[in-house]
Design a protein. Structure first.
Length: 351
């Protein structure tokens, strides 16, 4: 990516157990045998990642994979046992308690699965609470709170108490509260997993709408690959405390680094993930009756392809409108039926 790195970690470990720090005294990396012999639990193991300005970076894995622990290490809500955490190139591991508190109050927004709203405060009071902690005056904090209440679509409910709201509305309050401080980086730990499927889908739509307006740098945890596909610019997959692979959803499906990643993505409909660019071939003519942007997903073309004659193709265009290749009608239906796979180099194979 061409945008600057906002948040990163280098060789981050979180090991639970007595005197776990001693494992790193000689600057060597502990092995699985070292951890087992000492009765340690390696919740996060040698994690390395970069999150770029303005991207939605999703960390996913099954329960116990270490994804929530890693995010808490990135904010030092949990102290890493070893490694560096860099926020705007500053090592958070060297920040004082006062500096860290100020960064959390002013530069980090956090939303968790459980809303943790204050039951005795109204929507306005809940959203304004972090600004109160910052020391903002009542007029200032209520003005800023009302702006984000409007942003998340709760205007008219600012006087309601949490018990008077639906689950989706309560989650919007949690989101508004985290946005009130105007954070540089927004951390969300499975924020929609407690919601029923319909409300969850609506909240994903709302999340994407907010991001189109705010352009935040976002670290988002989920165990749901469908959710990750909808939301992520890039995805990190974790297993047993380790980051197994980082890439776009398309890269993970087309070029899984391990059998685990392959199995993790196996059930995902390829048409939802693959872009036109990934499947296009060289243009065979100079004129096409139908054209399509290279970044479109295959699933958006199924209806159009069904109306095209056999043997025809879409012309594939760049952002400037120049034809850069073609996508054959039959290729689209091979993807839909699972009859085609592609390797990273672009070769085609029958499944």
């Amino acid at each position: 990516m061409n945008t600057p790195v906002k948040l990163s970690c280098r060789n981050v470990w979180k090991v639970f157990g007595s005197n776990a720090e001693d494992l790193f005294n000689n600057a060597s990396t502990p092995t699985d045998d070292d951890l087992t012999a000492g009765g340690f639990i390696g919740a996060v193991r040698d994690a390395n990642l970069d999150v770029h300005q303005g991207e939605i970076f999703i960390i996913m894995g099954l329960s116990g994979s270490g994804k929530s622990t890693l995010v808490r290490c990135l904010t030092r809500l949990i102290e890493p046992t070893f490694g560096e955490v860099l926020f705007d190139a500053k090592d958070l591991m060297k920040a004082s308690a006062t500096e860290l508190t100020e960064m959390r109050r002013h530069k980090m927004g956090m939303v968790f699965q459980h809303f943790a709203l204050l039951p005795h405060r109204t929507v306005l009071g809940n959203v304004a609470f972090p600004l109160e902690v910052q020391g903002a005056s009542k007029p200032e904090r209520e003005e800023r709170a009302m702006k984000v209440i409007d942003l998340v679509g709760l205007t008219g409910r600012e006087g309601y108490y949490p018990r008077e709201l639906s689950g989706g509305q309560q989650q919007r309050v949690g989101i508004a509260r985290s946005l009130a401080v105007e954070p540089d980086v927004w951390f969300l730990d499975e924020p929609f997993s407690a919601l029923d499927p319909l409300i969850r889908r609506e909240m994903q739509d709302e999340f994407l709408r907010l991001q189109s307006v705010l352009h935040k740098t976002i670290v988002f945890i989920t165990h749901d690959f469908d959710e990750a596909i909808r939301l992520a610019d890039r995805i990190a997959i974790m297993k047993d405390g380790k980051i197994i692979q980082i890439g776009t959803a398309e890269e993970l499906v087309l070029s899984p680094a391990t059998d685990y990643v392959s199995e993790f993505t196996r059930g995902i409909p390829r048409a939802k993930v693959l872009s036109v660019r990934a499947l296009m071939t060289a243009a065979s003519t100079t004129g096409y009756s139908e054209t399509v942007d290279a970044h479109e997903k295959i699933e958006t073309l199924i209806g159009r392809a069904a109306d095209m004659p056999k043997g025809s193709a879409f012309g594939v265009t760049s952002e400037s409108g120049t034809v850069i290749g073609e996508l054959r009608r039959e290729t689209i239906f091979d993807v839909v039926t699972g009859a085609e796979t592609r390797t990273e180099s672009g070769t085609e194979n029958s499944a």
